[in-house]
Design a binder for this molecule. Structure first.
Ligand SMILES: CNc1ncnc2c1ncn2[C@@H]1O[C@H](COP(=O)(O)OP(=O)(O)OP(=O)(O)O)[C@@H](O)[C@H]1O
Length: 168
């Protein structure tokens, strides 16, 4: 992995950009509450986020999103809707392309696993201070059922630049 010299989004050739890892994030939103996790390991360990992870060989983004919620919280998300994409470039050279989904229901009882602790929040009380910096830019759009594509440049945990397009 080669570090890149970019300090703003315009330093990156987005036309030819391809992430090292495709991944997913899923937000179960039910009766004004949202199910988040305290992530115990992997990229973003210690932060609060939606459940998610990287695609496995041969899997669609939807299959990955469902599997990651099942693995991390032992529940099955229902009524999955795709809402958007987040293209993350880190200055250390790593890149990840995240597909974001919302689910309006679930089967089972969420429980702690090796990977995550389940946490419910009111949608007006989302703990953005404990989340990745980009989440406060696009999670409100997902909550309003909008579709979006965003590009983000990070130096470790610090967001250097971003832009979001709303899709109609
Ligand atoms: C930079 N800003 C960011 N903002 C919000 N969310 C971000 C993110 N950068 C990565 N993410 C999410 O972090 C998870 C990483 O995946 P991660 O858990 O490490 O993958 P996976 O479960 O495949 O790993 P292991 O099974 O532990 O190998 C995955 O949900 C991905 O969507």
């Amino acid at each position: 992995m080669q570090p890149i010299a970019a300090r703003t989004l315009s330093d990156i050739d987005w036309e030819n950009w391809k992430a090292q890892d495709p991944a997913t994030l899923t937000f179960v939103i039910k009766e004004d509450h949202i199910l988040l996790i305290r992530k115990k390991r992997g990229l973003g360990a210690g932060k609060i986020n939606g459940p998610g992870g990287r695609l496995e060989e041969g899997e669609t983004t939807l299959e990955c999103a469902v599997r990651e919620v099942q693995e991390e919280l032992k529940i099955t998300p229902l009524n999955m809707a795709f809402h958007g994409e987040c293209l993350f470039q880190f200055v250390d050279g790593y890149s990840i392309h995240v597909y974001a989904f919302a689910a309006s229901d679930y089967d089972g009882i969420a429980e702690e696993t090796d990977e995550a602790i389940p946490l419910w929040f009111h949608i007006n009380d989302i703990p953005y201070d404990e989340m990745w910096e980009d989440d406060r830019c696009w999670l409100p759009l997902l909550l309003k059922k909008k579709n979006f594509i965003g590009r983000y440049l990070f130096d470790k945990d610090t967001m250097l630049d971003y832009e979001i397009e709303l899709l109609t």
